[in-house]
Unconditional design. Structure first.
Length: 394
């Protein structure tokens, strides 16, 4: 078997290729000064996505935040102060910008062709922040929201700072939004006082806001959005299982379309490395420690051949239908794709555990205690057993 060594791979370059392949949704963040726009963005995506001073002014009053390694592009509008003449300028600015994006997105059609919509540049959805602290929905808010709706943009109201008002006031604001804006709204607060958080927990709708945001994006833009989220590890796991791993299992099957001798199984290693880095990136672990990528890559490189041999000798593939009799001498499409799927499952589980420990429990962890051959082997065996059970139960 060709001896791959970790030095043969440029892990950062592979991570760069993965980033380039992910389409990013453009989200417009609107609302008055102090409404809590920046707080909402930091809460949902983490502070790194829209760091102060890292934005590019695209037009007067609108700043674009686009980090190379983040899956979303945010357009933050400089808020208006209630009761100033800046208000009408705000609406004109936002409208002008949305129009510009839309015009840039419609490519002139060739003869005999319908207009081709390029998704890249247009605004995909709007989060309109209204502070509950102000206790009212202004005419200005209503006006801008109606303008955006008329442009057929998905608009959600993010009702911010709900820790700043009582239940009765909250109901009155919600009625105002329902009656005058006719858009979906979500109650939020970033208050971090434990007693306030406990009191609010039944009212907060962060998860609903995120679900709305995903549902209103084109399928092709969802991966970028989900990978940019802070936390939300279950949503990330679902994305990995349903979208990311299948990408690589079909790649692996392609390599083995003509069954490859067992001795060439290392041909699958680059696919498995890229898949592993993709999974790691989706959980946000690539941000955590620069050389984690090379650790993960190295484990995959050094373990892949051994794992395949071990999986074969433990007869785990027999649990998978369609492997046939060639087993032992060649790797066919079923072996290649199920081996890759099992490895994807193992890496995803390990990353999930790391991300939970690091992001949710704030622990300092020893990466090698998670990413090692033993853990990968045990989880891969688990994957084969689950497949076998699924098979037997129809
Ligand atoms: N109590 C409370 N205060 C909040 C909440 N969200 C934001 N704030 C405070 O409100 C102020 C404004 O919040 P920002 O997130 O900066 O508001 P913004 O809309 O980005 O403001 P501009 O960028 O100036 O337009 C800050 O002092 C925040 O700490 C919240 O949920 N509860
Ligand atoms: Mg701000």
């Amino acid at each position: 078997m060709k001896d791959y060594r970790p030095d043969d791979f440029d892990f950062n370059k592979t991570l760069g290729e993965i980033s380039e392949g992910i389409k990013k949704p453009n989200i417009l963040i609107c609302g008055a000064t102090g409404a809590g726009k920046s707080s909402v963005v930091n809460y949902v995506f983490g502070a790194a996505v829209a760091r102060i001073g890292h934005g590019i002014p695209v037009t007067r009053g609108i700043t674009k935040y686009q980090q190379a390694d983040a899956g979303v592009v945010l357009y933050d509008t400089e808020g208006y102060e209630i009761g100033t003449e800046k208000i009408s300028k705000y609406k004109a600015n936002v409208e002008g910008w949305v129009n510009e994006c839309r015009d840039a997105a419609i490519k002139p059609a060739k003869k005999d062709e319908t207009d081709h919509q390029d998704l890249t540049n247009q605004i995909h959805e709007v989060w309109y922040c209204i502070s509950a602290g102000n206790k009212r929905v202004t005419d200005m808010d209503i006006d801008v929201i109606q303008m955006l709706k008329a442009k057929k943009l998905p608009v959600a109201v993010v009702l911010t700072q709900i820790d700043n008002l009582d239940a009765e006031e909250l109901l009155a604001m919600e009625a105002a939004i329902r009656n005058h804006c006719q858009v979906e709204f979500f109650r939020t607060s970033v208050a971090d006082d434990p007693a306030v958080k406990r009191a609010l927990q039944d009212y907060l709708q962060w998860d609903e806001l995120i679900r709305w945001a995903i549902d209103h994006l084109d399928e092709s833009l969802r991966e970028g959005f989900i990978s940019a989220l802070k936390g939300n590890l279950e949503a990330k796991k679902r994305l990995i299982n349903h979208k990311i791993i299948p990408l690589y299992t079909s790649g692996a099957a392609g390599v083995a379309l003509t069954p490859i001798p067992f001795s060439d199984a290392a041909l699958l290693v680059p696919i498995q490395i890229k898949m592993s880095l993709h999974i790691m990136k989706t959980y946000g672990l690539d941000q955590k420690l620069g050389n984690l990528s090379s650790l993960v890559g190295s484990v995959v490189v050094s373990e892949s051949g051994r794992l395949l041999a071990q999986t074969l000798s433990a007869n785990l593939f027999k649990l998978i239908p369609g492997v046939g009799t060639a087993i032992g001498t060649t790797v066919n499409t079923v072996v290649a794709s199920s081996f890759t799927a099992a490895m994807g499952y193992a890496i995803s589980e390990i990353c999930f555990r790391c991300a939970t420990a690091v992001f949710e429990e704030g622990k300092e962890i020893e990466w090698a205690e998670y990413f090692n051959g033993e853990n990968i082997t045990a989880l891969m065996a688990e994957w084969f057993k689950v497949k076998d059970r699924d098979k037997r139960h129809g």
